[in-house]
Design a protein around this ligand. Sequence first.
Ligand SMILES: NC(=O)c1ccc[n+]([C@@H]2O[C@H](COP(=O)([O-])OP(=O)(O)OC[C@H]3O[C@@H](n4cnc5c(N)ncnc54)[C@H](OP(=O)(O)O)[C@@H]3O)[C@@H](O)[C@H]2O)c1
Length: 275
Amino acid sequence: MSSSKAVVLITGASSGFGKVTSEILAENGYWVFGTSRSPASTASPKGVEMLELDVTSDESVKSCVGALLAKTNGALDILISNAGVVTRGAIEEMTVDDAKSLLDTNLFGSLRMIRAVLPTMRAAKRGKIIFMGSMAGQITVPFEGMYCVSKFALEGFAEQLRMEVEPFGIKVSILEPGFFKTNLFTSPREPSVTIEDYKEIKARALKRLRGFDEAGEDPVLVAREILKIAHEKNPKLRYPVGKLKSGLFYKKILPERTFENGVKRRFDLDKVEPV
Ligand SMILES: NC(=O)c1ccc[n+]([C@@H]2O[C@H](COP(=O)([O-])OP(=O)(O)OC[C@H]3O[C@@H](n4cnc5c(N)ncnc54)[C@H](OP(=O)(O)O)[C@@H]3O)[C@@H](O)[C@H]2O)c1
């Protein structure tokens, strides 16, 4: 493999956005390394070298990045921190352990990854870090509250990291997709506790959510946006992607109460009788 190709590491490339993005980047001349917790039992994306990685483990992150650097002679140009999971349920139904487990992947996983790659990027005085945020990091989704917490946190993380590493020539961006057809929602994690009082309103909101999942957009749109950022000399901080972009506009211009009522309507929570 030619060392003149820009080297990309994308976490969670066994499925969904990661798989499609890794293939598009490989087709476009990047030297792409993808990851999975079980690469041996996963079909590799076309043109992509797969490495084993669990972003919840310091050891695994260290050995994955070490293995990549050994293959590329110390080069790493772009990190796409994409691996993620979703939990659906009321916030009150989440134990602290449920929340910690979600954040361990969706937030601390990104912290582990950037801590592993930044020494190489700082020494090279260049690099790009692209986080997989979500529209749910800007607009909360009923009964996906803890997932939203993880993505809201990632927004602040990316926004500040961008300022801190810019002096080293490193660019930071975050994608904000709406609902896309991947495997994320096939079997969302459930909270450890079920509280009967939420049963009816949760069922109403989850029914709507499943409808949004089914109408999800093609993940190739997200992959193309990432390709654009990879090519871009000076990428922006935020890249909303998909039809729900208009929601961000309405959130900016509408009074808070009006916007909130709109969200409630979309999730069938507007005509709920007091419990
Ligand atoms: N789908 C959407 O509508 C949507 C919208 C906005 C944002 N997102 C975000 O997009 C990202 C990718 O999700 P997706 O929708 O493409 O879902 P997906 O098809 O379920 O893919 C998730 C990927 O994450 C990896 N992963 C999960 N836990 C991991 C861990 N502990 N360590 C390493 N890898 C792990 C999985 O790999 P293995 O199981 O092989 O390890 C898999 O490749 C997530 O951050 C998600 O929050 C998705």
